[in-house]
Design a protein around this ligand. Structure first.
Ligand code: X8Z
Ligand code: ZN
Length: 387
């Protein structure tokens, strides 16, 4: 309803995303399954066994590309602490022209893992909350010194700075919200996309100045970890399962069977061993429990982040979208501010058109990964594509 769309229209939007991206997904899926079969000394399967992938839902396929595993650079041994990650994220926002976070953010947030021996329970999945529709913005995280949390800390602060931007006298309290929930995630994801660009990682000391990687491998890792499999998980399994559960007629004794059929048909992944209705595997995902009917926003956000990034690189920074550095460019913050500060006072379609000159579209995402498609087709020549 917030998007001004029916359930059917929303489902069609996501199905269309997947149709457009399918040739690239098929190539990535094939590359990954041959790579993983080699690594584990197994015959090449049709669908990928879920336990071969580094994430229990197969939402991000990390650690597969040699030389582009950034966890080797963000860890305790390299001098990273949880505090340093959060402070680095705040410095990034200041360097693109945003103010310091309010003192209350630091006093009232809950940013680090529960200490050993402390018995309190805490949801360790990251979030960021607007408490008073004004300056009281707080984040719940459990930041640890690794690359995943490096990106997530930037993501959560993206939410915080959006909340602060629309807390201004021109926006009445009831409209102090994002243009749609997808735009909130879009801003957050844009910040995490910007901060995994190699030039930023060098500037901020994550990567050593002499770090060199094959650009196609960098693109491959980015596709696997932050873009394409995520679409088949989010626009695919999560959105279809929740639509079936809330708006369809999912029988109560089919909840797990439907889930794994979607995982298979849409993601090309299968469980390590057969699952049955003793389990409800979808409920392992925090959003299924505490953010019902929300997840599809992330996939619109993933599409949006490439549109905004493309616009920023081409029209503001005049940099290659594959190797950009926003840091030190307050004009980026100024541009973001133009739409962030509107909150929910404008229709999202108009806001997007005014901010990027475009409608919602996978164009920028497809263009970003176009060089990869050709490279993958070469690698996969003669291989069994699909499942
Ligand atoms: O839940 C999140 C954010 C909090 S709003 C960390 N994300 C999704 C997930 O972890 O499943 C970010 C991308 C997808
Ligand atoms: Zn978020």
């Amino acid at each position: 309803a917030k998007h001004g769309m029916s359930t059917e229209e929303m489902l069609k939007l996501h199905r269309d995303f997947l149709t457009v991206l399918k040739p690239l997904y098929l190539q990535l899926h094939t590359w990954a399954k041959y790579e993983l079969a080699k690594k584990y000394g197994q015959p090449v399967p049709k669908a990928i066994p879920a336990h071969w992938i580094n994430n229990r839902w197969s939402q991000e396929w990390t650690g597969m590309v040699e030389g582009v595993d950034f966890d080797a650079f963000v860890n305790k041994e390299k001098g990273w602490t949880s505090e340093k990650i959060v402070k680095t994220a705040e410095s990034f926002f200041q360097s693109i022209g945003f103010p310091k976070l309010p003192e209350s953010f630091w006093q009232k947030s809950d940013l680090y893992p529960v200490k050993p021996g402390d018995t309190r329970k805490k949801n360790s999945h990251a979030s960021c909350w607007h408490i008073d529709l004004d300056q009281d913005v707080r984040s719940l995280m459990s930041v640890e010194p690794n690359f995943q949390w490096f990106g997530t800390a930037h993501h959560e602060m993206g939410h915080g700075y959006y909340q602060l931007a629309y807390s201004n006298p021109s926006v009445p309290p009831l409209l102090r919200d994002s243009a749609t929930t997808a735009f909130h995630e879009g801003m957050a994801e844009l910040m995490s996309l910007a901060t995994r660009q190699v030039p930023y990682l060098k500037a901020t000391g994550v990567l050593p100045a002499e770090y060199k990687a094959d650009p196609i491998k960098v693109l491959l890792a980015e596709a696997l970890e932050t873009a394409i499999p995520f679409m088949y998980w989010g626009s695919g399994t999560m959105t279809e399962w929740e639509a079936d559960f809330y708006a369809g007629n999912m029988p109560a004794d089919q909840m797990n069977a439907r889930w794994w059929k979607m995982v298979h048909d849409l993601q090309g992944v299968e469980p390590p061993s057969p699952r049955d209705e003793h389990y409800c595997d979808p409920a392992t995902k925090t959003h299924i429990n505490d953010a019902p009917g929300y997840y599809f926003n992330y996939n619109i956000a993933f599409v949006l982040k490439f549109q905004f990034h493309d616009y920023i690189c081409k029209h503001i920074l005049k940099q290659d979208p594959h190797a950009a550095n926003y840091a030190g460019h307050p004009e980026v913050g100024k541009y973001l501010e133009t739409w962030l500060k509107k909150g929910a006072t404008e229709d999202w379609r108009k806001l997007l058109k005014d901010a990027t000159g475009e409608e919602l579209s996978t164009r920028a995402m497809a263009e970003y990964f176009a060089p990869l498609q050709k490279w993958l087709e070469k690698q996969n020549k003669g291989r069994q594509i699909g499942w």
